[in-house]
Ligand binder design. Structure first.
Ligand SMILES: *Cc1c(COP(=O)(O)O)cnc(C)c1O
Length: 448
């Protein structure tokens, strides 16, 4: 894609991108970073502090990606930094158990009540892959039901209609996924309980699990309709299948207890979703690693007991529970106080309201959707309930908006199918910088 944008200010990023493309496919190590959805040159970052990123050309940006969620306290937070340097000073990896692994799982168990036990892994992909294997081992069944537009990492069986990364590149599915893996996966539209019931009516006795994002954020933010989560619990229980809730993105970000906390907690923001019972398995990642590779899956002890060494389902990892990563995760979760969540909510509402106002002033069709402090702006009229709705938006208008924001010193996620992420370090100075960039970006979005 040619870049209709002024990029004379980023010669060092352009040079690194050129070098990168010679030795790495697309020049990046995760596809969305290549800017294919918006065109132009990705900014190579040199450093981050608080709410701000500085690229290799010395340009500063307010960061609204926050590493796709993990940097909830801001970049290089002093408490996390000292926990990491202390841990690293005592050694990098032992291949034996260590105390922080216990402490990090204790912190997770204390926050998310239905999780009695969890196992640590190194990525969200590993967490969902392992949870699926466990669900299949526990039930003795093989079929998995997932929702179009939900992303659960790049697990073979879950790469069908998998949301943002794939949507950005307009690939229906990934090549290289064997028919045998895809054939065990049934994909149904999100927020369509009748479709789930129809699948169970036909194949109920073969279905090991339904896996869903607790509140989808990978097709943009599309919360469950009232009664949907409760319906999933009822239908899976009726047929002896497990319900796996993927909180890799929402966990410890939407609230202290993630999306689960919003559905059940005192905030009452989305009450009643788990009135029929909690999900059987949870997956976590992103925030709980504090910017380092740490993730987890967990649930009732009776199910977790199927894992090796106690049970027959094998699962392992050389770097699982790594002492530096667990130190970062623990310091991050301990820093996620009620005040932090209150600040995220208010900062997100200020920015979303200003963005909506700026777009409305230019007559740009848009819809804002929420999950706690996570929000998306869809460039379309009307609510988004599923993946088809999400794809029915003006991605070219988003691209113009994105680049004008970037020129104005604000780094949004480079895709129309993503949540915007804030941190506790997004103070008045950072928020004002975002607000200042919005009018010109709305004008750019309006100018086709
Ligand atoms: C990011 C994400 C994953 C994958 O996590 P990785 O650490 O990138 O492997 C899985 N599920 C959801 C909901 C995610 O947002």
């Amino acid at each position: 894609m040619s870049a209709p944008f002024d990029e004379t200010a980023v010669p060092s990023s352009a040079a690194l991108f050129e070098r990168g493309r010679r030795v790495t496919p697309g020049g990046v190590n995760s596809p969305v970073r290549a800017f294919r959805g918006v065109g132009g040159t990705p900014r190579f970052m040199a450093s981050g502090k608080g709410a701000w990123l500085t690229d290799v050309d010395g340009n500063r940006y307010v960061d609204l990606i926050c590493s796709w969620g993990p940097m909830i306290l801001g970049h290089a937070h002093p408490d996390v930094l000292s926990a990491v340097t202390d841990a690293a000073g005592r050694g990098f990896s032992f291949g034996t158990p260590s105390e922080n692994e216990v402490a990090l799982v204790e912190e997770i168990v204390a926050r998310v009540e239905p999780v009695e036990q969890a196992r640590l892994v190194s990525s969200g992909t590993e967490a969902t892959m392992s949870a699926l294997r466990l669900a299949r081992g526990y039930t003795g069944r093989s079929v998995v039901v997932k929702f179009a537009g939900c992303y659960h990492g790049h697990v073979d069986a879950l790469l069908a209609q998998a949301g943002s990364g794939v949507a950005t590149f307009a690939l229906p599915d990934s090549a290289g996924v064997p028919a045998s893996a895809a054939g065990e996966t049934v994909v149904v539209p999100y927020n369509d309980l009748a479709a789930v019931e129809a699948v169970f009516a036909e194949r109920g006795s073969e279905i090991a699990a339904v896996i869903t994002e607790a509140s989808p954020g990978n097709m943009g933010v599309v919360p469950p309709a009232p009664g949907f989560t409760e319906g999933l619990r009822r239908v899976t229980a009726e047929h002896g299948a497990l319900l796996i809730t993927d909180e890799v993105m929402t966990g410890f970000r939407c609230s202290r207890a993630g999306w689960y906390g919003l559905e059940t907690g005192e905030s009452g923001a989305h009450p009643g979703g788990y009135a029929g019972g909690a999900p059987d398995l949870f997956t976590f990642g992103k925030v709980m690693g504090g910017g380092f590779p740490a993730a987890a899956f967990g649930g009732r002890a009776e199910i977790m007991g199927y894992l090796a060494p106690d049970g027959p389902v094998y699962q392992a990892g050389t770097l699982s529970g790594n002492p530096v990563a667990t130190a970062a995760g623990l310091a991050t979760l301990r820093g996620c106080t009620d005040e932090v969540y209150a600040h995220l909510d208010s900062a997100a509402h200020t920015i979303a309201a200003a963005a909506s106002e700026a777009l409305a002033a230019e007559g740009v069709a848009h819809t804002v959707q929420w999950a706690g402090s996570m929000f998306s702006i869809f460039f379309r009229e009307g609510a988004v309930a599923n993946y088809d709705d999400a794809r029915d938006q003006d991605t070219a208008a988003f691209g113009r908006f994105f680049h004008a924001m970037l020129d104005g010193g604000v780094h949004l996620p480079p895709s129309a199918f993503e949540s915007w992420f804030l941190s506790d370090a997004h103070d008045d100075e950072a928020i004002d910088a975002v607000l200042a960039a919005l009018p010109a970006a709305a004008k750019a979005a309006a100018s086709s």
